[in-house]
Design a binder for this molecule. Structure first.
Ligand code: MG
Ligand code: MG
Length: 249
């Protein structure tokens, strides 16, 4: 069942979301050649602690870190550590926090120094696909209107959407119903209602949509090892449309 949130609960989630946005901004400022993913993770930990919140991913099903850091062909769930970022890499930073019992979740893919045109196009298309999906968030629309908007745009740009991982409802738990696919026909699934809060998160591949899991049992990589990007926001359905909660203000 999809759990509806009151205005007061959405205000709490906005406070959590704002911390997530701050983490992504601070980490993003530090993405550069020579930095390790472990250092980025430490910056995220410090920022979250400073705000009196807790990281949502650390310990989730045994995940060992505060951030998911996924470089180049890594799609999601990369584990931060000693890996050094190089000029030309792209890195998806995914962060979740809990504040006063409510979760916020967002992700963004950053360029490390100068990147190829192809990779820049991948970042632009993925971010735009998220915004197109969010533009479908309105009372009375169907859940799969979001999915269809993302898929048709991405595939029209000659890229593919990952099928094995999806967005999700969010609230007092990190992952709540409904599952939000990044593909599918419009007009399916539940109608969007005021008080639903959705984490929408397209994962877009330059090559094939198929993925596999690395030996660490977490890191998801593209089957063809071509680059992948990931953007995510936590979004509430409101009277007038939508409200993005994972922003700085
Ligand atoms: Mg998520
Ligand atoms: Mg996330």
């Amino acid at each position: 069942m999809v759990e509806m949130k009151s205005a007061a609960e959405i205000a709490q989630m906005r406070a959590a979301g704002k911390i997530v946005a701050e983490v992504l901004a601070r980490v993003g400022e530090n993405v550069k050649p020579g930095v390790t993913t472990g250092i980025l993770n430490r910056i995220a930990e410090d920022t979250i602690a400073h705000r009196g919140a807790q990281p949502a991913f650390k310990g989730y099903r045994g995940f060992p870190a505060t951030l998911c850091t996924s470089v180049n062909e890594q799609v999601v769930h990369g584990i931060p550590g000693s890996r050094v970022l190089n000029e030309g890499d792209i890195i998806s930073i995914d962060c979740g926090v809990i504040l006063n019992g409510f979760f916020g979740d967002a992700a963004k893919t950053f360029a490390v120094g100068q990147i190829s045109k192809e990779k820049q196009n991948l970042l632009d298309v993925t971010e735009h696909s998220l915004m197109l999906g969010i533009s479908k968030v309105a009372m009375g629309n169907r859940l799969s209107d979001i999915s269809a908007a993302i898929q048709s745009y991405v595939e029209g740009e000659g890229m593919s959407v990952v099928r094995d991982y999806t967005g999700h409802g969010i609230g007092r738990q990190l992952h709540e119903p409904p599952e939000i696919r990044n593909f599918g026909r419009p007009g399916r699934g539940p109608r969007l209602e005021k008080g639903m809060v959705l984490a929408i998160e397209p994962m877009v591949n330059l090559g094939v949509y198929q993925v596999s899991i690395e030996r660490d049992k977490w890191t998801v990589v593209t089957k063809d090892r071509k680059p992948s990007a990931h953007f995510e926001h936590t979004v509430a359905v409101t009277e007038n449309g939508y409200d993005i909660l994972t922003v700085l203000e």
